[in-house]
Design a protein around this ligand. Sequence first.
Ligand SMILES: C[S@@+](CC[C@H](N)C(=O)[O-])C[C@H]1O[C@@H](n2cnc3c(N)ncnc32)[C@H](O)[C@@H]1O
Length: 401
Amino acid sequence: MVSTLADDSIHSAGGHLQYYRQHAISPVHYRVEHIDSHFDRRDSLYRSLGLPPVTFRNARVIEIAPGSGQNSLYVAACQPASYDLVEPNPTGLRDIEAAYRAFDRPHTAPRIHPVTFQDFETSERFDIMLCENWLGSLPNEVRLIGKLASLVAPGGTLVLTMVPPSGFFANIMRKLFALRLDDSKLSFEDRTDRLVDVFGPHLSTIANMTRSHRDWVHDCMLNPHYLDVALPLETILDTVGHELEALASLPRFTLDWRWFKALTGEGRDFNGHMLAAYRRNVHNFVDYRRIFAAAQDEDTALNTAFLRFHAAALVWKKAFLDGADTTAGAAAITATLSDIAAAMKLVDSDIAAAVEEAIAVWAEPQLRPEQVRDMTKFAALFGRETVYISFTRPRHGRADV
Ligand SMILES: C[S@@+](CC[C@H](N)C(=O)[O-])C[C@H]1O[C@@H](n2cnc3c(N)ncnc32)[C@H](O)[C@@H]1O
């Protein structure tokens, strides 16, 4: 399955680490039914990003923010020349150590750096850099994306995740509902149970989810920084596009019918090519179950509607948590939702109906858990929210024009 926000976790650079530490959690465990299926998943992902197993062998690889370390086992088993893991969360570090203690296949033992990426210093350059489900588009995080790029060796590859606003849409809505249903006077356990009960039926519609509902609630609905994880392709390209070239993505939304002989100098333009495809597919990130034809032109109006919804969510959340008047903020959310419903009606009536149901539930003055739990049209709507992208550093010269 194409990954969705429900299935993958994503975070902001500073705050969520504090949140993890405060509650001694690392809510990113894969429920691995068999190591071979887990490895199949990782292999499928990396090969789609231009990284079959042989590219890892004997390479200098580094992974930033590996979480539980379960994903890293696949890379370690490809036997890179060296493998560095940079993870500051004590609970994550314990999980990583346990994962390697139980791992009995031939592998390269990683060097573990128990520090933040901000504090990680090295004079080395890496053939493959991996950083998934961590950075969003807050200014300090964008700077860290720049730092990631700076450590990629010539000819090397960087793998990142982005979060397109249209793919983030459904879970932004869930987060808004969660904020209204949460009760900070309860214990962390009770708050978790309550939201697992509300969103369990939504999450149960996803066939290939590998995380527990509990981890998902911790990581997304209770994580105070969850709305900061939005990371549009534009932001990544503005940050790394002058030095790195887009290689591939999963899901794959870029077709390249150009003749390879034209791909020299300014004609390469892999970044511009990917960006144009992304903008013609804004609607394709909204619902992971559906695929539509790409739009004829770049759909900036639809993209803007989703960006405005995210911005309205941040404004409302701040007023709500500050105990300020939320009337204008709530109305702005309804207005942007109505724009999205109208635009999506031209694409797919089921998605539009799901958005209309969200508008109706949002309008409830005293929202009750069962009103969200029992949503019939919106419940199964999850976006293509976690989108993997790989970039390469050209062997010489600048990437972009
Ligand atoms: C959502 S988890 C993702 C874990 C893993 N990459 C995955 O996809 O399953 C985010 C990870 O970022 C780590 N992290 C948070 N702040 C960090 C920092 N400043 N430097 C490095 N890692 C950090 C967290 O501890 C956590 O393991």
